[in-house]
Each structure stands twice: as structure tokens, then as C-alpha cells.
Design a protein. Structure first.
Length: 587
């Protein structure tokens, strides 16, 4: 029976993993309307659209973003439809055989998830369009398996007499039910469905998009053992802070892949109030920043963390980490409240600018160079400029005192665009012929405190910033949540840097050896191999330097990945909402 269920759902699982959301249905219908088939007490609900238009839309994305990708000849360009047909060929099927009976929705619902390891209660619902076609399909797929169909009420029931614990597949006029072992057949329409669940209603209402192709609702509290919920009291929280969540995946404007995550507010009032970002702070962030984390009110965040840690320390009768932090800062000459928290109540940003192609090219050539290809920094709005300047001066003095005399460091007091700074130049040998040098400055103007590479800091102080004027940021900003409390942003360069950072670092560490690696790869690809010289084997001859292929793929990926973002907010009801977006550029 398990084989039957897996055979029936095989293609649907593939579709589910492939679909990243092509929005077409409003929030109260489409995939989310599958909630009508599950009882009000459902604690886990997974749903997805299964109509054929999804494949067409995904194939459009594939063909318009990957058709011109610089892939080697042995990697064929293939649409999703072609890939699915190829996978189904192993069962002598094609996608048309599935869509002869497949409807618009698939969903799984569980009404209980025991924490003692016993089987959960639940079932799968699949919408169909042609009962006779499906029954013919099942008969063909289960021939010789000992599956005996029988009629029970409005359903044809398929089960295996040799396995009583395998559950059953029930085929009706419009639906297929896959029952978990021991589950009774639900009677539709249900008297009260998940659509009547107030927590489900609240979660759906908080979803920011109008349509989702994939969605999941989870009553998180039901998945956590009671003793672990009780442990939350250590941090000054209760079980009411563990509230149901909703996740939805969709696609906006044809090329922006979106995932929205919602956690509704609980009986204790929901999430704490969080300050909103000031769009005006963007003027301090470099226009060409590849990756940015933009937040606000470090003081408030620290105070909230302090309250949680202090409560936990009191409950466990241990020293408070905050007290230890304060003592450590005092030993260095800083007062936490006066020197730091008194002026960090505004916005802040961490930024990174990379030009990854020449960095990779240098690594391939056995060199490491960041000159002109790398900038980074921390910017904090100085809501008390004098306190910020005092902190910058004291921090610079401390660094000068502690690190003075180090051979690889040059530390001096200087002036940058009229602002007093501590300049720290780090010079590190990478090879006997190659060194890397980087200058970081620490200072504070009337507007911001900064720790940044010198070139970036100079541009900021000259007023050359303005992330909101960057084309990629403008693209990303269309999909940010309203009144965000935090934003993470990358352009294509920043996304690739983040994903490939480990690889690039590895290449840089290899230094000259990486050139030999590419030479060896080239030699292997250009030389035919055979265990028997008389055997005739297909030979692929490499006609392009692999390092140039790598750079071509890198360039293409940067162009295709237009922008990405993560934004968060707190809704008027106290719900926490997070949105993840990747926007692709058709080529």
C-alpha cells in the first residue's frame, strides 16, 4: 500500500519541490482553500497548487533566465516539463498521463503530532478532475502488487491486505484521500473546518501577498513537549509566546520569488514594540554597497536582551552576563550606558562592497588583491554626537595602546574629510611576492559613528552615499514589507559573494596552487581516457580554459541575480512578519 501511495504522489512531490510560487489565487481560495478539507483542530497544514499552469510559468522563468547561460556542452538546457517527463519515463509515463486526472490542489493535514513517537493522526487530500482516468491509472500502476479495490460508500478504496498498517487510498468523484493508519474516513463537507480556526484565520490575514501557491500552517506549541514549554519561564516568557505560524511562497511580477513568514500574536500581547527604520538613513550607505544589514535602535535591542538574560540568570541563580559585560567594559575605561547606549538609539547599518570577479581572477592567477575591490563598514546614527565622538576617540586610543608596535600594523591619528579618525593599516604577506594592505578608520561626525575601510568612509563623509539611488536597491525596495524594522539586502554581486564566500576564501588561501589545479583540470578534460585502447568511447574535448568558463558563469550569475532582500515588521495586531525575496533578471 505504501508503494501505491508513493506512486500516486511521486510526481506531485516533484512539483512541490520545484514550485517556488506563481501567485494566481486570492488568499481565501486556491491553495489556501484546501483548508476546507481538514478539521478545525488541525495543527499542521501543508498545501500547494498542482495545476499545469505552474509548470508553464516555471518553464518561462527557466528559459528567460538560463537559456543563454554559459554552460558547458555536456550540460543540456532542459525545461522543467522535459525534466519531469524524463523522470517519469522510468515508470513508462509522461506528464500528460498525470494531468489526465490531476486537479488543482494537494494538501496534508495532521490533527495531532504525539511527542512520544507514536503515529500522528492525519490524511492527504488531492483534487482530481477525472475519476475514471485515475482509476485506470492506478490499475495499471498496481498490476501484480496484490492491491484489491473495493467500494465503500462514495469511494473506491485501494489497500494492501498484506499490510494492515499501510493505510489506504480512497478515490472519489473529486478527491483522493490518503489515510494514515487508523484514521477514519472524514465526511465532507466538514461541520467545522480549519477555515473556522481563529488562529488560522489570523495567520492568513497577516500574509502580505494576495496569492500563494505553497503554504504551511503550523501550531508550533503542539510540537513542543510540555516540559520544554515550561522552561520558557526561565527567560521570563510563557507558552503564550509560542504562537501559530504561517509560511507562504509565491511569485510577484513574474520574476520575484517570495517567501512570507508570519507568527501571530498570542494572549500575552504578542511581540514587543520595535522601532521602525528611518529611510533617511540610506543616504549614509554607499550607493554601490553589495550587501547591507539595516537595523535600528541598538540600545533598545540591547535592553530587551539584557532583560531576558537577567531574568534567566535570576531564575537559575547564576551571575548575569550583562553584569559581566559592564565590568569588562569598565576595565577598559568605558561606561556602557554613558559611552555607548546613550547615543545608539537611531539607525545603524553594516555594509559590504565587493567586486568579486577580479578577486577570483587574481586567485586563479595565484595572487590576492583587494585594492579597489572591497569595502566594508559599520555605521551608527549618532543621536548624541558628542557622546559618539567621545566613544570614537576613546576606542581609537585603546586600540593604539593595545596594538602599537605590531609589525603588520600602522596606527595613527589622522583627519578624514575634516573628521578626526584613528587610522589602522593592516599589511599581510600572502606570498613572497604578494602582500595585501587594507586601511580601516574609526571616527564620528555630527551625524554618524563609523568603523569602515578608508575609501568608503571618505565617500560617506563627502556625501557620496545614497543606497536608495542604486538600481538594484530600487528593484528590491518594491517588495519590502511596509514600515520595516530591519532589512537585509544584496545585489547580484552581494548574493554571489555570500553564497560563494567560502569558495572564494578557499581559492585565495590556495594562492599559487590554484593555477596548477586549473591546469590539471584542463589536461584531464583534453585527454581521452580508456582502459582498453581498442574501445571506442565518446570524447569531450575542452575548448575553453576552465578558469574562463568559471568567470563567465560568475558574470552571468551576477547579471541574473538582480537583487535579494529580507525585511521584517510588526503588524498592528502584534504579529511578526518576515519576507524573503530573490528577484531574477531575464537575459
Amino acid at each position: 500500500m505504501r508503494k501505491l501511495a508513493l506512486s500516486l504522489l511521486f510526481t506531485l512531490v516533484i512539483l512541490g519541490l520545484s514550485v517556488v510560487g506563481i501567485g494566481a489565487a486570492p488568499a481565501d481560495s486556491g491553495a489556501l482553500a484546501m483548508a476546507q478539507y481538514f478539521p478545525q483542530e488541525t495543527v499542521l497544514f501543508l498545501t500547494m497548487r498542482t495545476d499545469e499552469a505552474i509548470i508553464d510559468d516555471l518553464d518561462r522563468i527557466i528559459t528567460t533566465t538560463l537559456a543563454n547561460a554559459p554552460l558547458p556542452p555536456e550540460v543540456p538546457m532542459m525545461t522543467l516539463r522535459q525534466a519531469l517527463d524524463m523522470g517519469l519515463q522510468q515508470a513508462n509515463l509522461e506528464l500528460a498521463d498525470i494531468y489526465a486526472w490531476l486537479g488543482n490542489g494537494l494538501a496534508l493535514g495532521l490533527t495531532s503530532v504525539p511527542t512520544d513517537g507514536s503515529d500522528p493522526d492525519g490524511y492527504v487530500v488531492l483534487e482530481i478532475t477525472d475519476r475514471a482516468a485515475l482509476e485506470s491509472f492506478i490499475a495499471a500502476q498496481t498490476q501484480g502488487m496484490g492491491v484489491e479495490p473495493r467500494t465503500e460508500g462514495a469511494y473506491t478504496v485501494y489497500s494492501s491486505p498484506a499490510d494492515d498498517d499501510a493505510g489506504a487510498v480512497l478515490v472519489g468523484d473529486d478527491l483522493v484521500l490518503v489515510l494514515l493508519p487508523g484514521m477514519a474516513v472524514p465526511e465532507f463537507p466538514l461541520a467545522t473546518s480549519l477555515l473556522a480556526n481563529s488562529a488560522y484565520q489570523a495567520a492568513v490575514a497577516e500574509l502580505p501577498a494576495d496569492s500563494y501557491n505553497l503554504a504551511a500552517y503550523v501550531d508550533v506549541r503542539e510540537f513542543i513537549p510540555a516540559d520544554q514549554l515550561d522552561d520558557l519561564q526561565i527567560f521570563g516568557m510563557s507558552a503564550n509566546s509560542v504562537n501559530p505560524m504561517m509560511v507562504g511562497l509565491t511569485l510577484l511580477d513574474n520574476y520575484s520569488l517570495v517567501m512570507d513568514v508570519v507568527q501571530i500574536a498570542g494572549a500575552d500581547g504578542g511581540n514587543p514594540a520595535v522601532a521602525r527604520l528611518d529611510p533617511g538613513f540610506l543616504k549614509f550607505i554607499p550607493t554601490d554597497a553589495s550587501a547591507v544589514i539595516h537595523g535600528t535602535d541598538l540600545t533598545g535591542a540591547f535592553n530587551q536582551l539584557s532583560e531576558v538574560l537577567t531574568t534567566a540568570a535570576r531564575q537559575t541563580d547564576t551571575p548575569s552576563p550583562i553584569t559581566q559585560i559592564e565590568a569588562g567594559l569598565q576595565s577598559l575605561g568605558f561606561d556602557l550606558q554613558q559611552d555607548i547606549l546613550s547615543w545608539t538609539t537611531g539607525d545603524y547599518a553594516l555594509f559590504l562592497r565587493t567586486n568579486i570577479r577580479p578577486i577570483v581572477q587574481d586567485a586563479i592567477n595565484g595572487e590576492v588583491s583587494v585594492d579597489g575591490n572591497f569595502d566594508a563598514g559599520l555605521l551608527i546614527e549618532a543621536t548624541n554626537p558628542e557622546a559618539a565622538k567621545t566613544f570614537a576617540a576613546k576606542l581609537g586610543t585603546l586600540i593604539s595602546t593595545v596594538l602599537r608596535g605590531q609589525e603588520s600594523l600602522e596606527i595613527k591619528q589622522a583627519e578624514l574629510e575634516g573628521v578626526a579618525v584613528t587610522s589602522i593599516t593592516v599589511t599581510a604577506p600572502v606570498t613572497p611576492q604578494n602582500t595585501v594592505s587594507l586601511t580601516v578608520v574609526i571616527g564620528a561626525s555630527d551625524d554618524i559613528f563609523f568603523i569602515a575601510t578608508q575609501d568608503a568612509a571618505g565617500a560617506i563623509l563627502r556625501g557620496e552615499g545614497g543606497l536608495d539611488s542604486a538600481e538594484a536597491y530600487q528593484q528590491a525596495s518594491k517588495y519590502l514589507l511596509p514600515n520595516p524594522t530591519a532589512i537585509w539586502y544584496t545585489d547580484g554581486e552581494g548574493f554571489i559573494t555570500g553564497v560563494a564566500g567560502t569558495t572564494v576564501g578557499f581559492l585565495a588561501l590556495l594562492g599559487p596552487a590554484i593555477g596548477n589545479v586549473f591546469e590539471n583540470i584542463t589536461d584531464e578534460l583534453e585527454a581521452p581516457s580508456s582502459s582498453n585502447p581498442l574501445d571506442l568511447q565518446p570524447i569531450y574535448v575542452q575548448t575553453e580554459d576552465p578558469s574562463q568558463q568559471l568567470l563567465a558563469v560568475l558574470d552571468y550569475a551576477i547579471r541574473v541575480l538582480g537583487s535579494s532582500s529580507i525585511s521584517s515588521t510588526i503588524s498592528p495586531t502584534g504579529a511578526s512578519v518576515i519576507r524573503f525575496v530573490i528577484t531574477l533578471n531575464p537575459q
